[in-house]
Design a protein around this ligand. Structure first.
Ligand SMILES: [Mg+2]
Length: 219
């Protein structure tokens, strides 16, 4: 059945919007959160706010290290879920408009290979001060995840995307199935259009939707 399994990162694999947490560290939390919510719900396009948000946060190496120390937790069941998928030989990806530097330690903990982490890039000077983000990366745009999934997909019929927001939903036409995962936050705009909508707070609830009966029986 599914061979390539794409997960969104924030509010899908981890119980947080990590850029919002970085905004808190930078003292611009409320302003940035307002922009995040509006873009996740599809009220304003990502490209209208993303670079602005990042400029407000200005995430330095030191701030990102602090975030990693705080280590917002994985969604319950995520480590077990990914371990099972790996054991069954599935190719597990993280597809996020977040940044490689921020996501990397989580990917490592989940044993997701670096080449299966599809993320944007941040630029820093030699002292680790924030210089900017790669605004030319497709992921800085509303349909960026769809563009990236199209680049990485091997067989649409064997691909599934799982995420919480409208930017994840935009991948729907490029994969066999889009699963809206509301374990962290339920978005009505996603619920309305997702092929499958999973509301349990534990990510293991995704398993029956990802595996064949045969695969499930063999666990
Ligand atoms: Mg998300």
């Amino acid at each position: 059945m599914y061979k390539q399994i794409f997960f969104d990162f924030d509010s899908t694999l981890v119980h947080a919007e990590t850029l919002d947490l970085l905004a808190d560290l930078a003292g611009v939390g409320p302003e940035v959160r307002r922009l995040t919510e509006a873009s996740m719900n599809g009220e304003i396009p990502i490209e209208a706010v993303f670079e602005k948000k990042l400029a407000m946060i200005a995430p330095s190496h030191a701030m990102i290290s602090r975030l990693h120390e705080i280590h917002p937790p994985f969604v319950e069941g995520v480590q077990e879920l990914v371990a099972i998928l790996h054991r069954l030989g599935k190719d597990v990806y993280i597809l996020t408009s977040n940044f490689g530097l921020i996501v990397a330690p989580y990917a490592e903990e989940l044993a997701i290979r670096p080449e299966r982490v599809i993320a944007n890039d941040l630029f820093h000077d030699e002292q680790g001060n924030y210089l900017g983000m790669d605004a030319s990366n497709a992921l800085a745009h509303t349909d960026g995840k769809r563009i990236m999934i199209d680049r990485h997909i091997k067989n649409k019929q064997e691909a599934v995307m799982i995420g919480d927001s409208v930017t994840d939903l935009a991948c729907q036409g490029s994969v066999k199935t889009f699963i809206g995962f509301a374990g962290v936050v339920a978005r009505e705009s996603v619920r309305a259009q997702a092929d499958i909508f999973v509301e349990e707070p534990n990510a293991l609830a995704l398993l029956p939707h990802l595996l064949t009966k045969q695969e499930l029986d063999a666990l």
